[in-house]
Design a protein around this ligand. Sequence first.
Ligand SMILES: [Zn+2]
Length: 283
Amino acid sequence: MRVGYAVDENALNRSYKQAVVGAIDFWNNQSVGSYDANYTYVSNASEAQILIQFVNKITYCDGYDNSTVGCAPVLEKDDVALAQTVRVEDRYAMESTQDIIIHELGHTRGLVHEDSNEVPVMNETIGTLLIPETNLENRSYGWQTTDFRVYFDTAGTVSSVEEDTYRQEIREGWQYWTKDTDHLEKDVSFRFVDSREEANIVVKMRDHEGVRWEYWVFNTDSDDSFEVYQNATLYVGERNPEYIDYNTATALGYLLLNAENETELPEPFDGDDELGDTDRWTD
Ligand SMILES: [Zn+2]
């Protein structure tokens, strides 16, 4: 039986042609299921018996929940005359996507999960890999946001009398990286927030020299490497307010430029001593 298939272009934000063609090839050579199908591509989606639709997220499919990666009706031969939709999540790597489409097309041929002995791809769960994303080490900008919410943690370090002065210095530090300057290719913005929970940058005073920082990162795909920064804490030393802006700007420079060392930073953070050691950026 000839079965016309098409891919819904409206929902397609990434080309999965290879996965679709691979899945169709798989079934065109099989005779398991409730009917034999000769899948033929039709360019007009409204004429397709099977419409493959790529969607961001499938939250429910006939008794299955959030972990669902694809969804299709279980069909008998006569049902296929009606236009049927196969939904597939669009965040998986090509090979995984092909496996999902094969599985869902299996349902449209009447196969159910209990048929996985005969057709392994009909197993209820199949291994999937997320689309590989650029690792953090290869990114020039490692944040998913340009909106920086800064929490100034004064507990036990800064008195309420000093606090405004320190806040002003921190603000001067981040201003070095805002769009008024030309140091970043991204337009980033900063603002103080009242709680740590809202913040992606925390600033805390310490007694050591200079500035230190730690950060947390996300792994957003299926490999072993990290892809993006989640948040960071800056430990700004030297309780001399004159240096707080410089120290804040230094740490932010490393984090915003995803720099490995000072040579990747612009002046005056690049380690070039033309300004002299003590003549740092102060005001
Ligand atoms: Zn299934």
